[in-house]
Design a protein around this ligand. Structure first.
Ligand code: GDP
Length: 418
């Protein structure tokens, strides 16, 4: 079976070389149409500008924009091992929003840092986002090594600093690779300019990443997207986000507490009914009795329920110019459920430079904070550290996405009421 595609995201401070690296990856893996580079080089010459790989990306983008079917934010390339898609890159206006909403669910990330400049605030903010979004497979590339004469000492300094920062976020880069994106060093082919570096090239590193694991061995979470009544049957449809379920299982639904037994499972990609389904599959189930269940409810097994809460702490990333304010009400979307929540406390505004924090009253654009949210209706959640799919949410103000968050603590309403 061919390896399926790995979804990667390339992040880092503006001008540190993300576009150049992408251009290189496409070129050096032979993923570009014939003559494309020459065409853009010729165009640059005519305009009296030095060739930049970023121009090539712009040219590809323009061609795609004229096409009808190709998704404009996705860039594809292939290695001998497998296909890749770069699902987003900073610079796209929607980048942060896509990352925060999970529209760009990446299997792995490359963090690009300029060897001369080291990690700047934006580098750290992007690293924080990777942490917030649960992207665990991260590698760092220290770019523009040609500008520092491939100095091992400079490499060590920058590598040490960023590794220290990442480790405080629980991120342990698989490799820190010295490269020159402009000259193609250590991207596909190993450079002879840094004999002191014994680690992988960028491509070797990418090929060693795994696809983000779906988790059939974790507790079952089956958030309902819809309930259909095609005939006399009633089909509860959704995507299994973690764990597995089988015909004959007794399911309980949060937050209603109703329970029923699975009579049949239909997988949309399979014409025949199936006996079981697991994380990652979109399915429909029928039950042995009619219970109250609707979009937003989460089916689980009796012995491993999500927490039902009216009060939860989240770590959040704020996207918009209007600050998040104490006492204000937003819509919290977790899995398929939506709840009205009020900001009860801004416990900490985190300084992404040094990860120190201070209490506050508001959270401003591009800031990271820990806040306490309160809801009138019970919310079924998990801690993001345990089950990210049902522990991560998006905040909306009206219809606008204003922030993304991870659940870090949830007060159990059942025990609070005892
Ligand atoms: P982005 O904003 O992160 O996408 O950065 P770009 O890829 O557009 O690069 C910014 C500038 O740095 C451009 O002028 C590139 O030519 C230059 N650059 C990128 N990589 C290298 C490199 O490895 N060495 C040198 N000397 N310049 C580079």
């Amino acid at each position: 079976m061919p390896n399926s595609q790995l979804r990667i995201v390339i992040v880092g401070h503006v001008d540190h070389g993300k576009s150049t690296l992408i251009g290189r990856l496409l070129n050096d893996t032979g993923s570009l149409p014939d003559g494309k580079v020459e065409q853009v080089q010729e165009m640059s010459r005519k305009r009296g500008m030095p060739f930049e790989w970023a121009f090539l990306l712009d040219a590809l983008q323009a061609e795609r924009d004229q096409g009808i079917t190709i998704d404009t934010t996705q860039i594809h390339f292939k290695t001998k091992q497998r296909p890749y898609v770069i699902i987003d890159a900073p610079g796209h206006t929607e980048f942060l929003k896509n990352m925060v909403t999970g529209a760009s669910q990446a299997d792995a990330a490359l963090l690009v840092i300029d060897a001369g400049e080291g990690a700047l605030e934006q580098s750290r903010r992007h690293a924080f986002l990777l942490h917030l979004l649960g992207v665990r497979q991260v590698s760092v590339v220290i770019n523009k090594m040609d500008r520092v004469e491939f100095s091992q000492a400079r490499y060590e300094t920058v590598a040490h600093e960023i590794k220290e920062y990442l480790s405080e976020l629980g991120l342990f880069p698989k490799a820190v690779i010295p490269i020159s994106a402009r000259h193609g060093d250590n991207i596909v082919s190993r450079t002879d300019q840094a004999p002191w570096y014994l680690g992988p090239t960028v491509i070797e590193q990418l090929d060693s990443f795994r696809q983000q694991q779906v988790s059939p061995d974790q507790p079952l979470r089956f958030p309902l997207q819809d309930v259909y009544k095609p005939d006399d049957r009633r089909i509860l449809a959704g995507r299994v986000e973690s764990g597995r379920l089988k015909v004959g299982d007794t399911l309980r639904f949060a937050p209603s507490g109703a329970s029923a037994t699975v009579v049949s499972i239909e997988a949309w990609n399979n014409p025949n009914p199936v006996l079981s389904a697991q994380a990652g599959q979109s399915i429909g189930v029928t039950l042995d009795k009619r219970i109250f269940a609707e979009r937003g409810h989460i089916a689980h097994h009796e012995d491993a329920a999500p927490t039902l809460t009216h009060r939860l702490s989240v770590r959040l990333f704020w996207l918009v110019s209007e600050p998040m304010a104490l006492g204000k009400t937003y819509t919290l979307k977790i899995a398929t459920a939506e709840h009205r929540v009020t900001v009860e406390q801004v416990t900490a505004v985190i300084n992404v430079e040094d990860l120190t924090s201070t209490p506050g009253k508001a959270v401003h654009r591009n800031e990271v904070a820990e806040v306490v949210l309160r809801s009138r209706s019970p919310i079924a959640v998990d801690l993001a550290a345990d089950l990210p799919r049902t522990g991560r949410g998006v905040l909306l103000d009206g219809n606008d996405v204003v922030g993304g968050c991870l659940v870090i603590e949830a007060e159990d309403s059942a025990s609070a009421n005892l």
